[in-house]
Design a binder for this molecule. Structure first.
Ligand SMILES: Nc1nc2c(ncn2[C@@H]2O[C@H](COP(=O)(O)OP(=O)(O)OP(=O)(O)O)[C@@H](O)[C@H]2O)c(=O)[nH]1
Ligand SMILES: [Mg+2]
Length: 431
């Protein structure tokens, strides 16, 4: 099956917990705190790899996790950092946040890399909590949880030249004849199920030409493709970014004129701008009986459309030099070819910064506090440790959460939920 759209889940590693330990030395009965910090969790990145041409790899495995940070330990030793995870994607991959639908990044250029889930910070060891009045803190911070996201990856292949046409027109045969690509070719329609890419060597026609445009063999389009028939949308999306459309027509078929019209109409319905793209019409299978007779009227009709036609036999490799020469004239300069065909590639949406904003709302029989900062603090608190819990309560007062809860009418014994924590409101303690 052709896959150019997948949903994946990425989870960054959690930070390691800080340690709550005390120095132990000979002759020193009770040393000071010496618990080290936890290591940071690994982050998840997506990176463009030109060797990838589809999102196929994500079909079976679609959950990914980076490594967690190690815990801190005595003698102020820091925990090990968690290993980052880098996932390879083909050039032309759009990365969307599944929940909001926002475009996070449009990955076009080789080597481009974007962080999609940030690793959690390591928890602080108890050395950080010693003060002049409290010299033996018995608590440390827990590691921050790693970020987790659901992403949608969408591939729009980037090729300079896109071969389009009905199934069986000879697109794959032409790609094989023009480039070193070896697509599957067969005398039945719908042989090509995924786009194939090849590189065109223009020096074969003009030794001085150093441009090396890419050619994509887009799977056959059928009537109704623009409304989704035969995975039409998926295929048409690949045509959007090509610089030149190479429209292949089988002149040995009963009605090439109609065949030509069907594809043009599907292109128009998908996006009218596709009709304005530089287009070259390739009349194929000229070796077959009957094809020659249809050539002249076909070419005349194209001339009326202001389109140029080249006659070839992809199978017998005839007419290819003329075809390559015409493509060479239509292609932009080497410099332009090196730049992506669209001025994108930038990361559009950055991560939300960790704001202190929060909201208090009723939930079930109690209350819920929402907010990135406060949820993180809750996740980093070790509630089984009294000191740690008290510190969290002070944080709530500091952030104003405490006041807001009172205003919302919280009473002793009420449940207050923050992130994954359920706390019981104790008016005495919290004031
Ligand atoms: N006689 C002749 N046959 C050709 C020529 N080009 C392609 N064919 C044949 O037509 C059939 C279809 O060719 P493909 O290249 O697989 O066609 P396609 O357009 O890629 O088809 P889909 O992948 O189904 O969209 C094969 O049997 C080819 O050998 C040609 O120039 N002359
Ligand atoms: Mg094919």
């Amino acid at each position: 099956m052709f896959l150019d759209r997948v949903a994946i889940r990425v989870r960054a590693g959690s930070g390691g917990d800080g340690a709550a330990t005390f120095r132990r030395e000979a002759h020193v009965p009770m040393g000071g705190p010496d618990g080290g910090d936890g290591g940071r969790g690994g982050s998840v990145y997506l990176r463009v790899d030109p060797g990838e041409t589809s999102l196929r790899d994500y079909r079976f495995k679609n959950e990914f996790r980076a490594g967690s940070g190690g815990p801190g330990s005595r003698s102020r030793r820091h925990g090990k950092a968690g290993a980052d995870l880098e996932l390879k994607v083909p050039p032309g991959t759009g990365v969307f946040d599944e929940a909001s639908g926002d475009l996070i990044a449009d990955l076009l250029a080789t080597g481009q890399r974007v962080m999609v889930a940030r690793g959690g910070r390591g928890g602080l060891g108890n050395v950080h909590f010693a003060t002049s009045t409290h010299q033996a803190p018995r608590h440390a911070q827990k590691g921050e949880p790693g970020e987790e996201r659901r992403l949608r990856l969408e591939l729009r292949l980037i090729a300079d030249i896109g071969l389009v046409g009905l199934p069986n027109a000879g697109k794959s045969t032409l790609l094989a004849a023009l480039t070193a690509a070896t697509p599957k070719i067969a005398d039945y329609p719908f042989t090509t199920l995924e786009p194939n890419l090849g590189v065109l060597d223009l020096a074969s026609v003009d030794p001085g030409d150093e441009r090396r445009p890419t050619v994509a063999d887009v799977p056959g389009l059928i009537e109704g493709a623009s409304s989704g028939a035969g995975l039409g949308h998926a295929f048409l999306r690949h045509v959007e970014r090509t610089r030149i459309i190479c429209h292949v027509v089988d002149l040995a078929a009963p009605d090439p004129e109609r065949d030509f019209g069907v594809i043009r109409e599907e292109l128009r319905l998908h996006d009218p701008r596709l009709l304005d793209k530089r287009t070259l019409v390739v009349a194929n299978k000229l070796d077959l009986p009957g094809a020659n007779d249809r050539l002249e009227p076909f070419c005349q009709a194209r001339a009326r459309d202001e389109l140029e036609t080249v006659a070839v036999s992809a199978m017998e490799r005839r007419g290819l030099e003329q075809l390559v020469a015409k493509l060479a004239r239509l292609l932009p300069t080497a410099e332009e070819l090196a730049a992506p065909s669209e001025a994108t590639g930038v990361v559009v949406h950055r991560f939300e910064s960790v704001g202190a904003a929060f909201a208090v709302e009723r939930e079930g029989d109690g209350f819920r506090v929402r907010g990135r900062r406060v949820e993180r603090l809750a996740a980093q608190t070790d509630f089984s440790n009294e000191e740690s819990a008290e510190r969290f309560q002070r944080d709530l007062v500091r952030l104003g959460v405490d006041r807001e809860l009172r205003r919302a009418g919280v009473g002793a014994g009420d449940t207050v939920r923050i992130g994954g924590q359920e706390l019981e409101w104790d008016a005495e303690l919290w004031s």
